[in-house]
Design a protein around this ligand. Structure first.
Ligand SMILES: Nc1ncnc2c1ncn2[C@@H]1O[C@H](COP(=O)(O)OP(=O)(O)OP(=O)(O)O)[C@@H](O)[C@H]1O
Length: 229
């Protein structure tokens, strides 16, 4: 689903944010992406979302090499990627339902189909009963779950999350991770960028670690623990 082949990203022809990064993540696979601040995590996610382009090497999403993607195709590619942010970027002037419906409205899905799909997404994150509330009245963990419902409402084959548990306590964080794991079980490829080593260690999932723009680890977190501990 995602493949990096010797990817290098240099900003403004000088600062190298990623250097020779190679890995592949398949359909239904889940992995954490970790590393110190400035290690290149956001840059890696931006390359997948086509918010930045690689300076060298190849990024493939769904088997397609992104460097050949013309600008006009970018919105189409992005529609196949669900994104979850730390601050979840919900709109507080509309209901939970309307927040989740947004990606469908912009692509012109008919209203009764929107209702069906939004409720299916809210059901998956356990928020069906809260569809008419304003997200401001929800807890931080619930707000993050609304963000996840919005990210998956299009049924994207790929789900990216950037520090999705940054503001949550450990119990809520592991609930959110369980949700991601469920999506991966039904075939979604999930990549979660996080600083939270404690969370990674409890999850026993494949972990890609960046350091100074290089991929220094790709494996289970026991290896990470040994290196850091
Ligand atoms: N648009 C840009 N122009 C120039 N340099 C940039 C740009 N974006 C990121 N960088 C630099 O690239 C490096 C990697 O940044 P990136 O945001 O990918 O790191 P990160 O691992 O996500 O960090 P954090 O965990 O703090 O978000 C940093 O040194 C950053 O300053």
């Amino acid at each position: 689903m995602i493949e990096f082949r010797q990817v290098t990203k240099r900003y403004e022809q000088q600062f190298t944010a990623l250097r020779g990064v190679s890995f592949a993540l398949g359909r239904g696979e889940m992995a954490f992406l970790t590393g110190h601040s400035g290690a290149g995590k956001s840059t890696l996610l931006k390359l997948i979302m086509l918010m930045e382009r690689a300076t060298a090497g190849q990024v493939l999403v769904g088997g397609q090499a992104l460097e050949k993607t013309p600008r006009r195709r970018i919105p189409y590619i992005r529609r196949h990627i669900g994104v979850v942010f730390q601050d979840h970027q919900l709109l507080f002037d509309r209901t939970v339902f309307d927040n989740v419906a947004m990606p469908l409205q912009v692509t012109g899905v008919p209203p009764n189909e929107i209702g069906r799909r939004v409720r299916a997404a809210l059901d998956k994150v356990g928020l069906l009963k809260k569809e008419q509330l304003n997200p401001i009245s929800l807890s931080g963990g619930e707000q993050q779950r609304v963000g996840i419902a919005r990210a998956v409402v299009n049924k994207p084959p790929l789900l990216l999350a950037d520090e999705p548990t940054g503001n949550l306590d450990p119990a809520l964080s592991s609930e959110i991770m369980d949700l991601f794991r469920e999506f991966s079980r039904v075939g979604v490829c999930v990549m979660v960028a996080t600083h939270d080593i404690g969370l990674i260690e409890t999850m026993a999932q494949r972990t890609l670690e960046l350091s100074g723009g290089e991929l220094v680890q790709d494996g289970l977190p026991t290896a990470l623990e040994t290196r850091h501990g």
